[in-house]
Design a protein around this ligand. Structure first.
Ligand code: PYC
Length: 328
């Protein structure tokens, strides 16, 4: 064989976003925890991410996940999340892709009607419940890592707008949440370049002026996602454009963004536990989320925040038929 390197990949789709699941070829990344492995991967193996995500094998909005043996005894697989933007601590749409691929390739023991898969992610344990019919994954429910609001009613100076009010929340990644009408830009796909430029300017300003750091894991830091909420969005149904570093939109409703948005709405007293929340992406795809319990974030005082477990739930999508088109 003349190939110098062989990767095995299964491509999947979640509500508008791809997840290229790497099932072989990377080897075991050194590290005692998935957070350690993420750091090692960023420092020593980032060329693999670029090879698998960028042109010509990927594209500007490419996203993926590398399967690993777990580092904890209560998990079935470890996962490293990769995309064009870098190596994420957690990714909701990516986890749905991973769970679907694990079921449909037979890499886990499949039970019907529900197969439970426990995933060791850099942000913590995520449990996926995959609804399975005749061997096909038809929907996925995730129990995400604890989510919380880190700050409410902050302002950041962004030219040419001046002081922009925003909330900061965590749902596996940090999200700056901004009302789009504060920027005077209509919520329309024809305005996508202006929306993208504004989101990236806010992201850069937040990281310069108020860079977030996870209270329990300083490896998780920085704001790489900006949730621009459409006018009329509320605590039952929120439409948004999600701007991602270095310059793309999340076409899916963003699982970790759904959790962060719910944590923010809960901290504002607008969203109660056990209440369905419909999060709609820029292209009109949906995740349903539910806050399921409240706690204390490892004993840390999180301003304006709670430790919330969130469960983005991908409902049936009858127009997404193929076996690997996850959320059907
Ligand atoms: O679904 O959590 C998500 C996500 C993060 C970045 C893109 N999608």
């Amino acid at each position: 064989m003349r190939s110098s390197r062989v990767f095995h990949a299964v491509d999947s789709h979640t509500e508008g976003m791809p997840t290229r699941v790497i099932t072989g070829g990377v080897g075991v990344v050194p590290g005692a925890t998935m957070s350690d492995r993420r750091r090692y991967f960023i420092e020593h193996l980032d060329h693999i991410r670029k090879f698998l995500m960028n042109e010509p094998r990927g594209h500007a909005a490419m996203s993926g996940a590398i399967l690993q043996p777990p580092t904890r005894p209560d998990a079935d697989y470890g996962v490293l999340y990769i995309e064009t933007s870098g190596c994420l601590p957690m990714c909701g749409h990516g986890t749905i892709g991973v769970a679907t691929v694990l079921v449909e390739t037979g890499m886990v023991e499949v039970t019907e009607p529900v197969t439970t898969i426990r995933l060791d992610t850099p942000a913590g344990l995520v449990v996926a419940q995959v609804r399975v019919t005749d061997g096909a994954a038809t929907s996925v429910v995730l129990r995400n890592v604890p989510s919380f609001a880190l700050g409410l009613d902050r302002t950041v100076r962004v030219e040419p707008w001046g002081d922009i009010p925003y909330d900061l929340a965590f749902g596996g990644n940090f999200y700056a949440i901004v009302q789009l009408d504060k920027l005077g830009i209509p919520f329309a796909r024809t305005e996508k370049q202006r929306i993208l430029d504004a989101g990236l300017a806010i992201m850069a300003a937040v990281n310069d002026q108020d860079r977030p750091v996870h209270p329990l894991d300083p490896e998780i830091n920085g704001c790489h996602h900006v949730y621009l909420a459409a006018p009329g969005s509320d605590a039952r149904h929120s439409r948004h454009a999600m701007v991602i570093h270095p310059g793309m939109f999340d076409r899916s409703p963003c699982g970790t963004g759904t959790s962060a948005r719910m944590a923010q709405l809960h901290a504002r007293g607008e969203l109660a536990l056990d209440t369905d929340f419909d999060n709609e992406s820029f292209i009109g795809t949906h995740f349903t989320g539910r806050l399921i319990e409240e706690g204390v974030l490892g004993g840390h005082d999180v301003p304006g925040g709670q430790d919330l477990s969130a469960a983005p739930d991908v409902p049936a999508a009858p127009d997404v038929p193929a076996a690997l088109d996850v959320p059907g």
